[in-house]
Write a new protein. Structure first.
Length: 104
């Protein structure tokens, strides 16, 4: 997944993070300078849905324009065991005081 805020903002004539921050504040979303810097220059770990809604409203865009799926990255994230068709065995842990758990 690629965060595309800077490109979407540029397409709408917003070239500075401070300009977007002011527009978001006018729409009721006050973002700290640090959080705005992370949204503008990096890929945030998380974005609240309420915040995403206001960002989309201010930029006149859809969430799919901000969050772009990159197929190659999604394929690489698939578990290796699923590709190989194997599943590792789950071993029960010892019960209390080192005794094995009761039979099932």
């Amino acid at each position: 997944m690629r965060w595309n805020l800077r490109m979407v903002a540029a397409e709408r004539g917003i070239w500075k993070a401070s300009d977007l921050r002011r527009a978001l504040a006018r729409a009721g979303l006050d973002i700290s300078a640090g959080k705005m810097s992370n949204l503008w220059s990096g890929t945030p770990i998380s974005v609240r849905l309420d915040d995403l809604e206001v960002i989309c409203q201010v930029l006149g865009c859809e969430p799919s324009e901000l969050l772009v799926v990159e197929p190659a990255a999604a394929e690489a994230a698939q578990p290796i065991a699923a590709e190989q068709g194997t599943v590792s065995a789950i071993r029960p842990s010892r019960g209390r005081k080192g005794r094995p758990p009761p039979p099932v």
